[in-house]
Write a protein of this length. Structure first.
Length: 64
């Protein structure tokens, strides 16, 4: 749960920065957000969640 909240906040910050810098227009940002919202209610959502969890676990084990 903490990973998904952190990922959501990170992606929100990225979208806000991109809209403010002009590299992403507001309408496409809204469409991408709606796409993600509706994608979360499909059958592929658990697979995406598992993949992101696996990536987070892999990053966590890397020692710098």
């Amino acid at each position: 749960m903490a990973i998904s909240v952190s990922a959501a906040l990170l992606l929100l910050i990225v979208v806000i920065v991109m809209v403010r810098s002009g590299s992403l227009k507001p309408f496409p940002a809204v469409m991408a957000t709606l796409f993600g919202f509706f994608l979360a209610s499909t059958g592929i959502a658990p697979s995406i969640n598992n993949a992101l969890t696996a990536v987070a676990d892999a990053v966590q084990t890397v020692n710098f």
